[in-house]
Design a protein around this ligand. Sequence first.
Ligand SMILES: Cc1ncc(COP(=O)(O)O)c(C=O)c1O
Length: 352
Amino acid sequence: MAYYVDEHIENTERVFPEPGRYGTLRYDMNENPEGLPAWFVEEVKAEITPEFLSIYPEPGRFLEKYAAYVGVRRDCVTATNGSDQAIRYLLQTFCGQGHDVVTVAPSFEMYWVNCNILGLHHVPVSYNDDLSFSMDNLLAAITPNTDVVVLLNPNNPVGDAFSREDVVAAVEAARAVDAVVIIDEAYHYFYPNTFIDLTQTYDNVIVLRTFSKLFSLAALRLGVIISNPEIIHYVNNARLTFDANALALLFAERILDHPEIIDELVATAVEGRQWAVDELAARGYETRRCEGNFIFVRPNRPAPEVAADLAARGVLVKSWNSGMLKDYLRISTGSKQAMEKLVDALLAVDVA
Ligand SMILES: Cc1ncc(COP(=O)(O)O)c(C=O)c1O
């Protein structure tokens, strides 16, 4: 049967995460390996009544609090079903068919996947072999055909952060060709700098945040777009009516009600990350401390083999078969206790 299939979707190749991760030790997808405090989850669960579940989601109360939390007006924020969906909305809204989306490379894969799905032209700007990044290369890739420039701050997977000077240079170069700049701050909190202020001083800047990383709500899917009211208005035009679900909005609102939980999550994550880097370095490993909730470690044996041996023991880490990161394991970080389990498992399988 010759039914119609959108040619871009037909030609998009997808690789979905392997299932079966429950009950494993998870250091592969930059989630919080341990999650939120159990008492907090129980307390919020008590608010979930049959009436609550019967009502379509209303994001307003959460957005009111979130806007105040990051210091912008309410009409400068909107919520999405994970920042994944924010990426789809933004590329759909602000990039014309066949126009350019300029991103750093390697980068979070959903940028190029969404370019493929939507028929946009992805222009990857590569990191250097030593994993440094030259902003001049990105500036040179911005042309009159560019509609969107994407910066990840800090970057995933490389883990470095941009200076304000470099980000402002990219924003101004994009503005000169009428392009918007997405600054993806999924890994904010593990690294304190933010560029949210630029959303209020430039009319082409959009910041993305997620509740999947520090806030430990990956299962619930909640992202936030922060920009100026005009950009938020266009994104709201593109939105599904009920995309961010009520459970996600409730949990996120309660996290904002408990700033002490946020402080504790940050302190625990930063301590665990530093402990892991120091411990692995003391064991003779080359490590790369990243600004997000992950680190790189160069194992003694080929990284994909070590990752497979760890997986056989129920310990999941990320490795690559090719490319500039192929010699490394990327290990998501968590509390010191979570990192002790990881180091024990690594030492057991990675015998030189
Ligand atoms: C840089 C970056 N942006 C966005 C996301 C997507 O997060 P979410 O769970 O909100 O869709 C990720 C997830 O790993 C990420 O690394």
